[in-house]
Design a protein around this ligand. Sequence first.
Ligand SMILES: [Zn+2]
Length: 42
Amino acid sequence: MMNVLEFFRNLPRKHCSSCGNVIQEKADCYGNVCDDCDHPAR
Ligand SMILES: [Zn+2]
């Protein structure tokens, strides 16, 4: 049985579909864009 922490550690990092930066883990998954591109004002 795989350890849960190991499972998440092996997950590939998501990259912003707009600028390509690595998306920081956050509770609300707002598509595939990073925080910089996630601003509604931009
Ligand atoms: Zn971005």
